[in-house]
Design a protein around this ligand. Sequence first.
Ligand code: FAD
Length: 407
Amino acid sequence: MLKHEVVIIGGGSAGIATAASMLKRRPSLDIAIAEPSEDHYYQPGWTMVGAGVFEAPVTRHTMASVMPKGTIWLHQAAATFQPENNQVTLSDGTTVTYEILIVAPGIRLAWKKIDGLEETLGKNGVTSNYRYDLAPYTWELVRTLKSGRAIFSQPPMPIKCAGAPQKAMYLSCDAWLDRGVLGDIDVEFRNAGGVLFGVKEYVPALEEYVEKYGIGLKLNQNLVAVDGPGRQATFKTENGEETVGFDMLHAVPPQVAPQFVADSPLANPESGFVDIDKFTLQHVRYPNVFGVGDAGSTPNAKTAAAARKQAPIVAVNALSVLDAKKPVADYDGYGSCPLTVERGKIVLAEFGYDGKLLPSFPKWLIDGTRPRRLSWLLKSEILPWVYWNGMLKGHEWLVKPQVKKAA
Ligand code: FAD
């Protein structure tokens, strides 16, 4: 049996940022991170890979290189939780006890929920920016398509980066416009939801691009089956089912809580995500357990930007609980979705709980509701650098936690 002061499950954006933030505050802390993957991904970069702006390898670093100095890396997946005994069991059967547990295994991509999709990904014109190995295929399809029908699908919420399905579409349309073939391509956005984007202030700018590119917007359409070789996609609609042919399909999988979390005592009974308080990010039944990132039950936009804001909140609150005190910082629900409406311009959606706009910059510098070149510069140059050198290293530029009392 292993024993550590703090155990973190998952070495993704949220897990690494939280470990780094805790160590910045208390360098002597004994932290172990359970993470089976050899690689760490900057997933926000995959939209840019699918548009030929980034090469895929720039979005991947070795896990060893991002593990904060001073942490112990357990190269195993967590399998089960025994929170009554302050214990987690890893996939090789090792048990680890903790004083504080932080659960950050992300969200599960449920490809199999769409019949026939998984086996045709990467061929037959079927792609998805939601996988590292497939994002380059998106760009290959965009580069080579000259005519026909291109469908971009979006599953029901929750999904990580809710804007990513349409970001892929706008950048594809921009490339086709540039090549002079957009007029010969019938582009459709088939969204399981009932609106183009969930926060109304950003919708007018997006609608202008839907119009500019001549996109067929189809709401309440849920992709349920794909016949790759036959190039047919079936959608559940309000009037039954509709099967349509395609030349290119950018599919986004339904997304659910990781199964081992949903099956555990830590799960929210309805969603299966880690059942945490939406402000303190502390578990609602086990005070020495916290959730952070996409795996949490909080109703924010599931984004790396949200993880960037949550990590210091969890760090401060977990250290407070470790010192036998109460949580002292609140998360406001901040998440961000840079909507790449064309190569060189972005509508920078930044909002918190209940759709409250939470812009990081004054309106005269960046009006997030309008397409802006400066926002593109942020996404293409600045944010990747901030991710690798700031967020994963525990530097908290722009994200100082709102501490109510001294921790
Ligand atoms: P992840 O970063 O997914 O990490 C989870 C980690 O947990 C992984 O390393 C995994 O191996 C590990 N794990 C899984 N199961 C276990 C287990 N049983 N035991 C131990 N470890 C486990 N966000 C933005 O802010 N802006 C964007 O523009 C943006 N665009 C996106 C575009 C795309 C195409 C995609 C896919 C995502 C995008 N996101 C964006 C979302 C962002 O990448 C995620 O919200 C963020 O990575 C969440 O961090 P996380 O640590 O919760 O999960």
